[in-house]
Design a protein around this ligand. Structure first.
Ligand code: ADP
Ligand code: RBF
Ligand code: MG
Length: 377
């Protein structure tokens, strides 16, 4: 275990993209609004708008698409549409766990977001216990300049009555990380956009999702919910006919992965962080098997699309393309990473298999073997 770098006394959290999965909602609203101007939202501006104040984000879009309105007009046009969607925003994986853990361990928390205070209050009202967990909540409209200026973090520290150097900031965006470092705080980046971690060099640590946060690194009470190197997750389900993948699982790695079409599951895939998970697999007519899988872009192969790669922990004598495969995912093992050699990737996947195989014997995981979903057709 590494020694804590500094003694951290509190945690300051960003909201959109860090605790809340706001991206999908933002994209949908922009898609509809731009449509009214006869323009097509292609998502390429996402990087320009994450972490910005509403006015800055609107300015970027108005300019890029040459809209016949001012950024202020565009903001007032979008505001009611966003407000209608706040009730549909889900907490990001690990957000509730983090908030509950810090609260029950008496670690003070602040929420510091570039959104206006009113929107913050509206958004968090849909998440039980959030409002009362934060000793301080500050919106971008409550300080002179929003992130990347450090103002909002200085103000949070002042209200918490804690030195900036004893604050840990958790942020998904570049402006947020810049602001946190300018406030001389420790900053963990959890990039909300895929394949962007190389841009976050200013952060003290870059993690893939809140599930990977190691609080003990910061001298904070560690999470106590890991069990035999696995983290239980709320079970989720995915299934369909087995399709052809990249054709390299068995050939290149000696590890076959039965691919599912990601088309019908884009929302579900977007919701779950890339990483290695495990659970149970039902293959119609053949039985139920232990399963370990990766979700993501397989950095070693640098895929363009996020895929699901389930390895059924059983020796089959033949392929089963086209057959109905059902998965229940019950736990998380680690983030997806790159490896210097194919051998080290293969060794790691075999280690994942051993972790999954033994964890699935635990009652908390083995009980899901009887889930009726696995036998449904
Ligand atoms: P592809 O790239 O087409 O997915 P792979 O080399 O990854 O090819 O092999 C996956 C295929 O191998 C599966 O679709 C399935 O038909 C077969 N297969 C055999 N044994 C297994 C196993 N234990 N787990 C997953 N797939 C297996
Ligand atoms: N690919 C990676 O690039 N990085 C990983 O960390 C990684 N972990 C994996 C873990 C498991 C359990 C499995 C089954 C696969 C993993 N792979 C990973 C994916 C591997 O690259 C993939 O199976 C091949 O790309 C097959 O197409
Ligand atoms: Mg495969």
């Amino acid at each position: 275990m590494s020694v804590a770098r500094r003694l951290i006394k509190c945690v300051i959290l960003d909201l959109d993209g860090t605790l809340l999965n706001t991206d999908g909602i933002v994209c949908n609203v922009l898609k509809v609004s731009l449509g009214k101007y006869g323009k097509e939202w292609d998502g390429r501006e996402t990087l320009k708008i994450v972490g910005k104040t509403p006015l800055e984000a609107a300015s970027a879009v108005v300019e890029d698409y040459g809209l016949p309105c001012s950024p202020i007009e565009f903001v007032s046009e979008l505001s009611p549409q966003f407000s209608d969607q706040w009730c549909n925003i889900k907490a990001l994986p690990g957000a509730n766990r983090l908030i509950k853990h810090l609260k029950s361990n008496g670690v003070p928390m602040a929420l510091a977001s570039n959104s206006p205070r009113e929107s913050i209050d509206a958004k968090i009202s849909f998440h039980d216990g959030w409002k009362d967990s934060f000793s301080v909540i500050i919106g971008g409209d409550e300080v002179r300049t929003g992130k990347p200026s450090p103002d909002i973090f200085f103000e949070a520290a002042r209200r918490l009555k804690i030195e900036p150097s004893s604050c840990l900031v958790i942020e998904d965006s570049l402006p947020g990380v810049t602001a946190g470092k300018a406030a001389e705080m420790e900053v963990v980046a959890v990039p909300s956009l895929p394949k962007q971690s190389h841009l976050f060099t200013a952060a003290d640590e870059v993690i893939n999702s809140l599930l990977d946060l190691q609080l003990e690194k910061w001298g904070l009470p560690p999470f106590a919910d890991w069990v035999e190197r696995t983290l239980p997750v709320d079970p989720w389900y995915i299934g369909g006919p087995v399709i052809k993948g990249f054709g390299r699982g068995s050939k290149v790695l000696g590890i076959p992965t039965a691919n599912l079409s990601t088309k019908d599951y884009s929302d579900l895939l977007a919701e779950h962080p890339a990483g290695v998970y495990f659970g149970w697999a039902g293959l119609s007519g053949r039985g139920i098997f232990k399963m370990v899988m990766s979700i993501g872009w397989n950095p070693y192969f640098n895929n363009k699309e996020k895929t699901i790669e389930p390895w059924l922990l059983h020796e089959f004598t033949e392929d089963f393309y086209g057959e109905e495969l059902k998965l229940v995912i019950v736990g998380y093992i680690r983030p997806e990473v790159n490896f210097p050699t194919l051998e080290s990737l293969i060794a790691k996947i075999h280690e994942d298999r051993r972790v999954a195989e033994s964890a699935l014997e635990l009652p908390m995981y083995s009980s899901h073997k009887d889930d009726s979903y696995l036998r449904s057709s």
